[in-house]
Write a protein that binds this ligand. Sequence first.
Ligand SMILES: [Zn+2]
Length: 170
Amino acid sequence: MSRPQTRRKCRCCNKFFLPDPRTANRQRHCSMPACRLASKAASQRRWLGKNGNGDYFRGAAAVRRVQLWRQGHPDYWKPKASSSQGTQVVDEQSTNPGQSSCNVPRGLPGTLQDYCLAQDPAFVGLISMVTGSTLQEDIAATARQLLLRGRNILGFVLPETTQTTVEPPS
Ligand SMILES: [Zn+2]
């Protein structure tokens, strides 16, 4: 695919730049660090809105709702085992080595624990808002991607990896 090199205007700083030929089709930002960050954020917004109408503000509002919710539920996102020294109320679940950070009944297999948040009606509703889809399979697929993404961000290697040492399945 050969096309003449054209200069493009950066969406962030509004300066003209020569796009990288390899990514010229998608590149909308120059290589300045701040603009690359903006580019990354923009691609995340595109990803969030890919099934919907791409409405960034809707997505941002949804993210804001999650942030507010998280402020009200600080324990929900932390592995329970790590809170034993803190001021949080620690119930007997913290002694259950199989228990991850989710508020699920005991005894669920790891794969289900993994998806406990995806079964939270509020979370399902949130994904539905962001994606614009009410199909459960769409929502499940998005939830899986979100979980993967979240794990990568948090540095989790395995779904079951918490404070307690779990033998990885081989
Ligand atoms: Zn720029």
